[in-house]
Design a protein around this ligand. Sequence first.
Ligand code: CTP
Ligand code: CA
Length: 226
Amino acid sequence: AAALFTSGALAGLRVVITAGPTREALDPVRYLSNHSSGKMGFALAEAAVDAGAVTQLISGPVTLDTPAHVSRRNVVSARDMLAASEELAPHCDIFIACAAVADYRPLQAAATKIKKIHADSMELALVRNPDIVATIAALHPRPFTVGFAAETGDPVDYARDKLQRKNLDLIVANDVSRSDIGFNSDSNAVTLVWPAGSRVLDMASKNTIARGIITAIADLYTHRGQ
Ligand code: CTP
Ligand code: CA
């Protein structure tokens, strides 16, 4: 800790990381959400601090302690997360979108609890949420922008498509159909995909994977534009 902010692969750089799920209110007691423990994002924040970065977490609702030396902003919905990201990202060098953002939200959140009355079925009208990482990647100037891709099937193909569509510098792809990794697990295996290449990080603890991702980000950041 003595060397904090003075040495390391990200020394002096500012990193903002989104983590955890978002919750989209249906009424005062119900919401739509995604599976996400937040562990990967929090492990990335810890690894970024260890690499010397000034690190901020924008976190959805999770039950994790904030890593030492990380400043944390709590948010609930995707729109809250976008607002916090638009506030913090213009001041950072590297933006990492690790959150499992709900793609849709209810068209209207009911002000009072929805009663079941007599209906045997009901329909929900949903609208698309804004894409946070694509919004940040479209800023001028923009931070070095990293996305995640949770896929079932061939993660690398989908990741390359997302990399281009969202104009990202790096995508971290994982195969969420594997029951041994991801979500609430303590380990993970990922494929890093960037415009000029790709690399597999073999199955390891989320802390080890986080260090591998941060090392790769530092490397690509240092050589950006070359
Ligand atoms: N993401 C985001 N804002 C959203 C949706 C996703 O910032 N509204 C980010 C995630 O944090 C992740 C990346 O985009 O870094 C990819 O998320 P993913 O759900 O895999 O991709 P989508 O673009 O939402 O496409 P789909 O779910 O249809 O595969
Ligand atoms: Ca999605």
